[in-house]
Write a new protein. Structure first.
Length: 194
């Protein structure tokens, strides 16, 4: 092992020696970016039983983040959180994002009695943000809606979740008037699926 470490150190020195300190910094930054992109490519998104331990953990993380970020906190009992049975096919689906089997995000699609799909509980773990995972989750939820025969998706969000609003607007969602009585919602969106 000592010999392998010595040879490895010599190889690294041979790569780094010709570079200026600025170039070395750029190389280290590039290597970190490659590592993040490789991580992003290893993330999978699939349907999950809403009662599984990983699903319950992700939804709990989502609620905890809302509680931290909303000025008056968040009480799941007062929100339009819905019963977990609403996320069991064909009434709904819960999708989980995983990195090497560890849950790193979730999103839900609920079929509303009005005949449209409603996206709920989109959450991405802090360390996974910036990898395009929110967009991938949204796309996967839309694909699930299409597979379920839905042609319209709606969702709501709170004003403090600016990144969510940006995601929805750039994903083709248009803001619409209030369509539900969620006390935490301040913006309502919809998208027609093609």
């Amino acid at each position: 092992m000592a010999e392998l470490d010595r040879l490895s150190d010599r190889s690294v020195e041979a790569i780094l020696d010709p570079l200026t300190p600025r170039q070395r910094d750029r190389l280290v930054d590039a290597m970190a970016e490659v590592e993040r992109l490789l991580e992003a490519s290893a993330i999978t998104i699939a349907a999950e039983r809403p009662s599984s331990a990983d699903a319950v953990w992700c939804v709990g993380q989502y609620f905890a983040e809302l509680d931290r970020r909303f000025p008056g906190g968040f009480d799941a009992g007062q929100s339009a959180a819905g019963d977990i049975a609403e996320l069991t096919p064909p009434a709904g689906w819960l999708l989980l994002a995983r990195l090497y089997d560890a849950p790193v995000g979730c999103g839900a699609l609920r079929v509303d009695a009005g005949g449209y799909g409603e996206i709920k509980r989109v959450w991405i773990a802090d360390g996974m943000r910036g990898l395009g995972l929110g967009r991938r989750m949204l796309t996967a939820l839309e694909a699930q809606a299409i597979a379920a025969g839905l042609t319209l998706i709606r969702l709501d969000t709170n004003g403090v979740l600016a990144e969510a609003q940006t995601l929805y607007r750039t994903g083709g969602y248009t803001e619409i008037p209030r369509f539900n009585d969620n006390p935490y919602a301040q913006h309502w969106f919809e998208k027609r699926l093609g």
